[in-house]
Design a protein around this ligand. Structure first.
Ligand code: SF4
Length: 209
């Protein structure tokens, strides 16, 4: 049974994500017509995610920017180029990992996603995590970190620490790190901290959690 992804959200209505399919492409197809929050009105397309369906390493960012909205792929602008460099710095490629965002549609003017938008979109991310079951989850910046760790603490406080992620039988290590956009703005020390976090990711992937 599938719900109509175009249906307007109403109190108590089930979210379409849990019943949207049993493979990532099926869920992506269902999400592509989602209008469950107001971000649907300004997008070019839904930017669901990209990468290996069985990736050991999954990145979760904030939301699509202008380039991502146009191309339909997360992290393809300048921040994406930095993310790619950091991934390649630990001997992997983008094809080895999975990359998604907290919200799948571009917030207008690249503003922060709002709480109601994050809440409406979270079940799509939950379904991605359920199907991919990565061993290591890297949250990029405040929004992904706060959502997946269910915390109010900010990324500056949390980065540098490993967290256990456990949900519905899925156990993973969660590494919070700075959003590549923030690293581009801050440079120097922020870049060194990001590199250190990626070294940690490499160690966990190499030796197990
Ligand atoms: S941001 Fe998420 S919940 Fe909102 S319309 Fe896009 S896919 Fe649907």
């Amino acid at each position: 049974m599938t719900s109509d992804p175009l249906a307007a959200p109403t109190t108590g209505s089930p979210h379409p994500a849990p019943g949207a399919g049993v493979t990532l492409p099926e869920v992506a197809t269902a999400a592509s017509t989602c209008t469950l929050c107001k971000l649907a009105t300004g997008r070019t397309q839904v930017v669901f995610g990209v990468g290996r369906a069985d990736a050991d390493l999954m990145f979760v960012g904030e939301g699509p920017g202008e380039q991502e909205d146009l191309r339909g792929e997360p992290f393809v602008g300048r921040a994406g180029q930095l993310l790619t460099q950091l991934i390649e710095g630990i001997g992997l490629t983008r094809a080895d990992v999975y990359i998604a965002n907290v919200v799948k549609c571009r917030p207008p003017g690249n503003r922060d996603p709002q709480p109601d938008e994050i809440e409406a979109c979270a079940p799509w991310l939950d379904r991605q995590l359920e199907l991919i079951r990565p061993r290591v989850i890297v949250t990029l910046g405040n929004f992904a970190t706060k959502l997946l760790l269910q915390t109010k603490d900010g990324i500056t406080k949390l980065r540098g620490t490993e967290f256990a992620f456990s949900r519905a039988g899925h156990e993973a290590v969660l590494i919070p790190t700075l959003h590549p956009s923030a690293v581009l703005r801050s440079g120097g020390r922020a870049l060194a901290e990001s590199r250190a976090d990626f070294v940690k990711v490499k160690r966990i992937l190499s030796h197990g959690a």
